[in-house]
Write a new protein. Structure first.
Length: 303
């Protein structure tokens, strides 16, 4: 591996791009588990095979930071997200290959570099069944890190991903096919709208949808379709964000209770729940000040 393509060099490059991030990252990376550091190094090696260097990664990470800060200022002033429809963000985000690539590479880094995202990923790996066969379906694999983790850690016999962004589909395909994270077969990534009529697998043993509900106009319809595709007793895992403005967030959840109530309305029952308040604040303080909260739900059909 290029001597510069490691975690320390990444943190240095981000600090050179945005000096305000340097102390935060130096503190945050101290909380990485050894296996997480190893996985992040492997991800940097993957980026090198895609001709993606540290400067590009630092700028991608900074895109997330700057755009999110701008949207947080708007949200605090207006008590709403800037956009409310998919049409308002589709062209500038999901169908814009240049922006989407930076967005996805930046988000992939936050999986390890942001404490709240690390905790969510750890919860996913704790809850993911290891001894089940059948089909694993992921809606919105994005940068592919959760899809890849499921391929590596579980025993499902078929893996399918559906994403509306051509860029995300290509990135997920590339990271799985790279061979840097093992050799995998029995998977397919399809680029289309999950709510459109299609040939999704029925009776899925596992359905995962990470950070999608806040990006869509009809989150209840997404959850209801998931319920219709899940096998009885199947594993469903959903994450979303509360009071968490971003350039492409259009559905505003204001409390964890709103998320769990919507899941129940869709016919899903919570089996495990993780709520992650804003770093340094309690849940009550986060709600009162309208600061971002993450929530992850392990679910099953409410038969």
């Amino acid at each position: 591996m290029n001597a510069r393509m490691d975690l320390d060099a990444l943190v240095e490059a981000i600090g050179n791009t945005n000096r305000l991030q340097a102390p935060f990252l130096e503190s945050s990376v101290a909380g990485l588990l050894p296996e997480e550091r190893s996985e992040l190094d492997a991800y940097l090696r993957f980026c090198a095979t895609q001709d993606i260097g540290l400067d590009y990664l630092a700028r991608s990470y900074n895109t997330i930071v700057v755009d999110t800060l701008r949207e947080q200022v708007f949200f605090q002033r207006h008590d709403r997200y800037r956009y409310a429809t998919y049409a308002e963000v589709a062209g500038s985000v999901y169908q814009n290959d240049d922006y989407m690539r930076r967005y996805m590479y930046g988000l992939a880094l936050t999986t390890y570099l942001w404490p709240n995202h690390r905790v969510m990923r750890r919860f996913f790996l704790e809850q993911l069944p290891r001894d089940r066969a059948g089909t694993y379906l992921e809606i919105g694999p994005g940068h592919g890190m959760f899809f890849l983790a499921a391929l590596r850690a579980s025993g499902f016999t078929r893996f399918e991903g559906i994403d509306i962004s051509p860029t995300s589909c290509a990135m997920t395909e590339a990271i799985v096919a790279s061979g840097l994270f093992g050799r995998h077969a029995g998977y397919a990534i399809r680029c289309r709208d999950f709510l459109a009529d299609g040939d999704e697998p029925a009776s899925c043993s596992a359905i995962v949808m990470g950070e999608v509900l806040e990006h869509v106009e009809a989150p209840l319809a997404f959850l209801a379709k998931i319920r219709s595709l899940a096998a009885s007793g199947g594993f469903v895992f959903v994450t979303t964000a509360i009071n968490a403005p971003a350039v492409d967030h259009i559905w505003l959840f204001r409390s964890p209770a709103e998320v769990t109530a919507m899941a129940a309305a869709a016919g899903l029952r919570v089996t495990a729940e993780l709520v992650v308040p804003y770093t340094g604040l309690s849940l009550e303080e986060s709600l009162r000040t309208r600061m971002p909260i993450n929530i992850a739900l392990a679910l099953t059909r409410a038969d």
